[in-house]
Design a protein around this ligand. Structure first.
Ligand code: AMP
Length: 191
């Protein structure tokens, strides 16, 4: 299986569609947000550093993130394909990912971008706050995360387009349709 980078704004469904893809294709899954929340829960040194950034809606510094990503990747079984969910979020992270994979004889594979209107995103995140109680899902922090996304992460979309691996999917109201379209694209890329 080709590696997959799932890309989109906070609330665009990266985690949801990653779970669908993992269930269908039995790939590895790295959610950098989940890795960081695990570190916070276990009260590690890294968790203490990460908490300050996450609670503020800011990105963890690239160098730290790139190191965490490589360690998490190397701990997964090789050869089954991995979904990168929430990484990369900056151009230096994307360049580091490409380099890290190339050093291991691997490739980025394909990028899946989820496009969703901002009002829908905000409604979803506020709903997730009620259901899951994530500390960074409050209106003030969500607005900061949107700003960080627009300034630091969204420009990466073009970076992936230049790499020739961008595939975009626009939310039109049906999760089933999104899953079907995404799976068709994955099947075509792996054919
Ligand atoms: P997520 O669960 O992907 O929405 O991530 C939650 C938070 O974790 C983000 O708002 C960032 O503070 C931090 N984070 C996750 N992934 C990254 C990354 N690739 N680079 C920097 N910060 C990250």
């Amino acid at each position: 299986m080709k590696n997959i980078i799932i890309f989109g704004a906070p609330g665009s469904g990266k985690g949801t569609y990653s779970d669908e893809i993992v269930a269908k294709y039995h790939m590895g899954h790295i959610s950098t947000g989940d890795v960081l929340r695990g570190e916070i829960k276990n009260e590690t040194e890294l968790g203490k550093i990460a908490k300050g950034y996450i609670d503020n809606g800011q990105l963890i510094p690239d160098e730290l993130m790139i190191d965490i990503l490589a360690k998490t990747y190397d701990a997964l079984p090789a050869g089954q394909g991995v979904i990168f969910d929430g990484f990369p979020r900056t151009i230096p992270q994307a360049e580091a990912l490409k380099k890290m994979l190339a050093a291991r004889g691997h490739e980025m594979g394909m990028m899946i971008e989820l496009i969703v209107d901002e009002e829908v995103l905000m409604a979803r995140l506020l709903n997730r706050a009620k259901e899951q109680g994530r500390a960074d899902d409050n209106e003030e922090t969500i607005k900061k995360r949107f700003a960080v996304y627009h300034n630091q992460t969204a420009p990466l979309s073009e970076w992936f387009a230049k790499e020739g691996i961008r595939n975009t999917f626009t939310w039109a109201g049906s999760k089933e349709q999104m899953v079907a379209d995404i799976c068709a694209c994955i099947d075509a890329a792996n054919a």
